[in-house]
Design a protein around this ligand. Structure first.
Ligand code: ATP
Ligand code: RIB
Length: 311
């Protein structure tokens, strides 16, 4: 069984559907509200688990009632909470999310809280799991200390590192050289490259620039256009699947989780990105972040139907 270590955020998401985003100073009446488990680290770990991998999640919450949302989620998902640390001084992370009813696009304001206080010591408590895993999956919604400690442990045991650089934070040049798979979305790729993602030529230039900085492979996710994959000797777009999107929150997380599971199971990078597109496509058909992650049976039947031309 594939084993994936995820170091990253747990956030409780408060999401409201609206037919129009409010302007500055304006109050708009929203529709449904959904409160549930989110956070890039936890969403990605949930995606991996639902796809059949063994997952070790290193994260941190406050000692407050929102911690229970996290713990209930891990219990329901049969995920270990061994490394779901408690911070006595900082609150559980919260995201305030607006979801546009017709486009399914979102606006997110995230306060990471306890996630900013995951320490190197916390990460080193899971050292044995780094030793025995297939892949280490990271984002930037938790402390840089935890990201750097996780990269150090991954390198110590010669494990590939997937970095989803979201949300954007300045990265030292040295870090790029330690990343095997760099998976920004278009906005993040613009931030790290200084280029505009307004043509396929520029997207490829961005990927070249990241490879020149030292990353092994680049996968730039392109929303409903799919994903651009660049390795040292290949470049291609893997188109997304056409689905009825209701909420794109966590699409990138579904993609990263699916990508890592596929890689850990031995698929090549292009095949892994295709599988990740399917995982992300199914995730956008449901409301919620962690709760919208598809399971392996859903994916297998989705891909079978695509092959048979049913979808
Ligand atoms: P988020 O921040 O909302 O989690 P993101 O901006 O990091 O997402 P995107 O590039 O928007 O990531 O999307 C990630 C992947 O999700 C895409 O590569 C694609 O496979 C899939 N995806 C996103 N939107 C759609 C859509 N409307 N229909 C089908 N697939 C989609
Ligand atoms: O990637 C989606 C996640 O980002 C949401 O679940 C929210 O918690 C934000 O942090």
């Amino acid at each position: 069984m594939a084993k994936i270590v995820v170091t990253g955020s747990y956030i409780t998401d408060i999401a409201a559907i609206t037919s129009r985003f409010p302007r500055d100073g304006e109050t708009v009446i929203g529709e449904t509200v959904k409160i549930g488990p989110g956070g890039k680290g936890s969403n990605q770990a949930t995606a991996c688990k639902r796809l059949g991998a063994e997952v070790v999640l290193i994260t941190k919450t406050g000692n407050d009632y929102l911690r229970n949302v996290a713990l209930n989620h891990y219990k329901n998902e049969n995920m270990s909470d061994k490394y779901v640390f408690v911070d006595e001084e900082n609150q559980t992370g919260v995201a305030i999310i607006q979801i546009h009813k017709s486009s399914a696009e979102n606006r997110i304001l995230v306060t990471p809280g306890a996630n900013n206080h995951i320490t190197e010591e916390d990460v080193y408590k899971a050292e044995n799991d780094f030793k025995t895993c297939d892949i280490v999956l990271l984002q930037l919604e938790a402390s840089m200390e935890s990201v750097i400690a996780s990269i150090k442990l991954a390198k110590k045991y010669n494990k590939p590192v997937v970095l989803n650089p979201a949300p954007v934070k300045e990265l030292d040049d040295d870090i790029f050289k330690l990343i095997d798979y760099f998976t920004p979305n278009e906005t993040e790729a613009e931030f790290y490259s200084g280029l505009k993602a307004d043509s396929i030529q520029n997207i490829e230039k961005m990927a070249d620039l990241f490879i020149a900085k030292g990353v092994g492979n680049v996968i730039i996710t392109l929303g409903k256009a799919g994903a651009f994959v660049k390795t040292r000797d290949a470049a291609c777009i893997i188109p997304a699947y056409t689905v009825n999107a209701v909420d794109t929150t966590g699409a990138g997380d579904a993609f990263n989780g699916g990508f890592c599971v596929a890689l850990a199971e031995g698929k090549g990078i292009v095949e892994a990105a295709r599988f990740a597109n399917a995982v992300a496509a199914l995730s956008v058909t449901k409301l919620g972040a962690s709760e919208s992650m598809p399971d392996r049976l859903d994916i297998d039947s989705f891909l079978k139907n695509i092959k048979r031309g049913v979808l």
